[in-house]
Write a protein of this length. Structure first.
Length: 298
C-alpha cells in the first residue's frame, strides 16, 4: 500500500522544485527498470544473466549516436530498445547452449566484450573519453520518461507472470527437463524472455543518455550497472512480482547513504549483499513481508 501511495506522488515531484529529489527519483526509476526487466529472465527462468546491462549500454549508445546525427528524440528513443532487442535475438540462441554457471559467465563475458569494443571504437563511441549528446536541461522530461518506463516495465512483468508464457518460464525454472516433457517449448520461451527483457533496458538506457548528455563505457557497461539490477532483484526476492521493486527501493536508499558517508566503499555493498542474501535470506525481502508469495506463484 505504501508503494502505491508513493507512486501516486511521483508525478508531482518536479513541481516541488528540489533538484536532488528529481535526480534521486530518476536514478531510482532507472534501477527499478533494470531490476524488473532483469527478473523477467533471471527470476522467472532461473538463468542468471550477468550481462543484462549490455542492453542498457546498447540502448544508451544507440540513442546518443542518433541524437548527435540530428534525429528527433522519440525516434532516437525507439532505436534504443530496437537495437537491444536485435542484439538479444542474435546472441540468445548461442548463449542458451550454455547452462548454469557457464551461462552466467558467458553473459558477463559478453558485457565486458561490449565495453572493450566501445573503448576501442573511438571514432564512433568516443572511446574511454566518452560520448556527449546535444546539450540542454532535460531533467523534467527525462524524469517523466524514466518514471513511465519503470511503470511500464512493472506492468509488463506482472502481465507476463500471469500469462501462459509466464507459467512456461516458471516451469523452466523449476525443472526444465520436466517442462520439455510436458510440451513447453523451452528454447523458444527462453529466447523470447531474453528479447522481451532487453526492451525496457534498452529504452531506459536511451533516457539515461539523453538526460545525462554524456555517457562512457564505464557508465554504460561497468561493474556497478551490471551488478545493481541483479542484487536488487535478489534482495527483494527474485522471481516474484514485488521483489525487484522492494529491492530497488531498499538498496537505492542504502546506496545513497553510503555515497555520502563512504564514497569509495559503496561498490562493496553489492558483493556483501549477495553473500548475505544467499546465506540468510534466500527468498528475499518480499517473501518475508508477504509470506504467501512463493516460487511457484504466477
Amino acid at each position: 500500500m505504501v508503494i502505491f501511495f508513493c507512486g501516486a506522488l511521483l508525478p508531482f515531484v518536479p513541481w516541488v522544485g528540489v533538484s536532488y529529489a528529481l535526480n534521486w527519483v530518476f536514478l531510482l526509476a532507472v534501477y527499478l527498470t533494470l531490476a524488473v526487466s532483469y527478473d523477467i529472465m533471471g527470476g522467472y527462468t532461473g538463468y542468471l544473466n550477468l550481462g543484462h546491462a549490455a542492453f542498457f549500454g546498447i540502448g544508451g549508445y544507440s540513442t546518443a549516436l542518433l541524437l548527435n546525427l540530428g534525429l528527433n528524440v522519440p525516434a532516437s528513443f525507439a532505436a534504443g530498445p530496437a537495437m537491444a532487442a536485435l542484439f538479444a535475438a542474435c546472441v540468445g540462441l548461442p548463449l542458451f547452449r550454455l547452462k548454469g554457471a557457464y551461462f552466467a559467465l558467458g553473459t558477463f563475458g559478453l558485457l565486458n566484450l561490449l565495453g572493450v569494443l566501445c573503448n576501442n571504437a573511438s571514432a564512433l563511441t568516443g572511446g574511454p573519453a566518452g560520448l556527449s549528446t546535444p546539450p540542454g536541461d532535460h531533467s523534467v522530461p527525462a524524469y517523466y520518461a524514466a518514471v513511465a518506463t519503470a511503470a511500464g516495465t512493472v506492468w509488463l512483468s506482472r502481465s507476463i507472470v500471469a500469462s501462459k508464457f509466464g507459467l512456461g518460464l516458471i516451469s523452466i525454472r523449476e525443472d526444465e527437463a520436466a517442462a520439455r516433457t510436458l510440451g513447453v517449448p523451452a528454447d523458444q520461451y527462453k529466447w523470447a524472455a531474453l528479447v522481451v527483457s532487453s526492451i525496457p533496458a534498452g529504452l531506459i538506457g536511451g533516457v539515461f543518455a539523453w538526460k545525462m548528455t554524456y555517457i562512457s563505457p564505464a557508465s554504460m557497461f561497468g561493474l556497478e550497472i551490471a551488478l545493481s539490477p541483479i542484487v536488487m532483484a535478489m534482495l527483494g526476492g527474485s522471481g516474484t512480482p514485488a521483489g525487484p521493486i522492494i529491492g530497488a527501493l531498499f538498496l537505492t536508499v542504502v546506496q545513497e547513504v553510503l555515497w555520502t558517508r563512504m564514497p569509495y566503499l559503496h561498490l562493496a555493498l553489492y558483493g556483501i549483499t549477495m553473500v548475505l542474501v544467499g546465506l540468510f535470506l534466500p527468498g528475499g525481502l518480499a517473501r518475508i513481508s508477504m509470506p504467501g508469495v512463493g516460487r511457484n506463484e504466477g
